[in-house]
Ligand binder design. Structure first.
Ligand SMILES: [Zn+2]
Length: 332
């Protein structure tokens, strides 16, 4: 699903929520009116005062934009009388307040002060639906949860430690996610053996980009292979559209998928080529070395990762941290 489709679904639910709450309010009103003698008349009078007050104030404002009305005062008096009557009959004084699930946006999903923006309640729900749609539920793999102390701080022969290198790579990923789509380079290639935090960072990029209001596609190379195979078997290139068109494609574990004659290589080339031509962003992680990429996918593909203006290469070094992993930390 696209972000827009998820948003449309959410907006429909908000409309439903408003309707449900309105119905609940009507129920409250019927109950209260049955119980409190004189309440219905008061409510009718208050409503009439609102309508009249709005009309008068519009007319006054036409004549004199600075004119103020005494509508708020009148309303306050009505509200106090209504509250007193409710209490006298054993109901809460706010029993007839409008019912909103979210007070901030009154279940509109948007706040209009000073300009239209999505309410926190809707933004949070939309993000979690986008993440669920991407298969990234929960919030385990985030930049905030990235624990660099899991990586060795030992230096050998004056070379930077695994921790230092990983931190640099993490910072590049953070910068990429925070600046998307105006990233320093269009693509990233995370390269290194398994268990060095690459998948973690890929998912953290996806999360951050989702939080910022974009809709990336996160997928394993194996799933890409499955789609590729189906597109080939069914002679239907539309199957690849999701990967082709994603504004940001995060492709995890390149090299672990099976190779199917020339199909995988050709399709991967087409995918990368089309995305590049369209200026779309791609982030890939792989356990293969650079030479292995060239051997497996041909120079035609590996050379794309060499273009330093288009692609930053992040090389991960050291030992698999899963050996000394604590529960819930940077596993891959
Ligand atoms: Zn809200």
């Amino acid at each position: 699903m696209t972000r827009e489709q998820l948003l449309t679904g959410l907006q429909q639910e908000y409309a439903q929520k408003r309707e449900d709450n309105m119905r609940l309010y009507e129920q409250h009103k019927d109950e209260a009116c049955a119980r409190c003698v004189g309440l219905e008349d008061l409510l009718v009078a208050r409503h009439a005062a609102i309508v009249m007050g709005v009309r008068t104030s519009l007319l006054q404002k036409q004549k004199n934009p600075k004119a103020s009305t005494n509508l708020p005062n009148a309303m306050q008096q009505y509200n106090q009388r209504i509250a007193a009557l409710l209490e006298k009959n054993g109901l809460d004084s706010d029993y007839l307040q409008p019912i909103y699930t979210c007070q901030a946006c009154k279940d509109e999903g948007y706040i209009y002060d000073p300009s239209r923006r999505m309410c926190e309640c809707m933004a949070t729900e939309l993000n979690s639906r986008v993440l669920r749609d991407l298969g990234l539920d929960g919030d385990k793999h985030t930049f905030e949860a990235f624990d660099e102390t899991l990586f060795s701080d030992e230096k050998t022969d004056g070379a930077p430690s695994q921790r230092a290198v990983t931190k640099i790579n993490r910072d590049i990923c953070i910068r990429y996610a925070d600046s998307f789509p105006q990233t320093p380079t269009r693509d990233l290639l995370l390269i290194g053996k398994s268990g060095l935090g690459k998948t973690f960072l890929l998912q953290a990029i996806a999360r951050r980009v989702v939080q910022r209001g974009y809709m990336p596609v996160y997928t394993s190379a194996y799933r890409m292979f499955e789609l590729t195979r189906r597109a080939y078997m069914e002679n239907n290139s539309a199957i690849m559209q999701e990967l082709m068109n994603a504004e940001l494609l995060l492709l995890d574990d390149l090299g672990t998928e099976p190779l199917m004659n020339n199909v995988t290589v050709t399709q991967l080339f087409n995918l990368l080529n089309e995305r590049q031509l369209a200026g779309r962003h791609t982030v890939i992680s792989t356990n293969l070395s650079f030479n292995e990429i060239a051997a497996r996918y041909t120079e035609r593909i590996s050379s794309r990762f060499l273009d330093q203006t288009g692609c930053s290469r992040l090389v991960f070094i050291g030992d698999d941290i899963r050996k000394n992993l604590r529960r819930g930390a940077n596993e891959e």
